[in-house]
Design a protein around this ligand. Structure first.
Ligand code: ADP
Length: 178
């Protein structure tokens, strides 16, 4: 049975099979949770990202898709890199971008499951530098996770108590037990 957990904390210290990274399309590292994962996981992760860029993903990872690498020194077997969409300035684009955010979660969780992961930790993709409003980000994250062909445990690791509260409210509104 699928269990969804909401915790406050640092995703880089989670002991799970797969840790999801909110990466940039370039896969070559950046700030935020991406910087933290590369810093804690060590250079092996970036080396594998560079190999992917040189082979399967010369144009980078498209928004909404996911790819796995080693987790380096992290307490996990895989890092799953996904690219969330930037929050749109124009309201008209919100639905299309929301589908891309859902795809980022669905593809990350699906890839983890297909690799054999029984537990996966995810950050609030797009809710940092990419500017997604927290309430909407939480709703998309949780509704997608609840529907996913899932590993046993999906743990959202929220960087602040305020973000955890937003996720908890969204879970309650969606009727999701956490
Ligand atoms: P994006 O570019 O997809 O918005 P960010 O890395 O800027 O990605 O932010 C995504 C979310 O990850 C934000 O809510 C941010 O506070 C959070 N975050 C940053 N560092 C960590 C970390 N070490 N563990 C978990 N979440 C983190």
């Amino acid at each position: 049975m699928l269990r969804i957990e909401l915790v406050t904390g640092d995703i880089t210290v989670q002991r799970v099979d797969a840790i999801v990274n909110a990466a940039y399309s370039s896969l070559l590292g950046g700030g935020g949770v991406d910087g933290a994962i590369h810093a804690a996981g060590g250079p092996e992760i970036l080396a594998e990202c560079r190999r992917l860029r040189a082979t399967a993903l010369p144009g980078g990872l498209p928004t909404g898709e996911a790819v796995a690498t080693t987790a380096g020194r992290l307490h996990a077997r895989w890092v799953i890199h996904t690219v969330g969409p930037v929050w749109p300035d124009e309201g008209a684009e919100a639905d299309a971008r929301r589908r891309l955010l859902a795809a980022a979660y669905r593809n990350s969780i699906g890839l983890a499951a297909s690799l054999g992961a029984a537990s996966v930790a995810l950050p609030a993709v797009s809710a940092g530098v990419y500017g997604w409003p927290a309430t909407d980000a939480a709703r998309v994250a949780l509704s997608t996770a609840a529907d996913a062909p899932a590993p046993g445990l999906i743990r959202f690791v929220l960087f602040s108590p305020a973000m955890r509260d937003v996720f908890a409210e969204a879970a309650a509104a969606l009727g999701i037990d956490e």
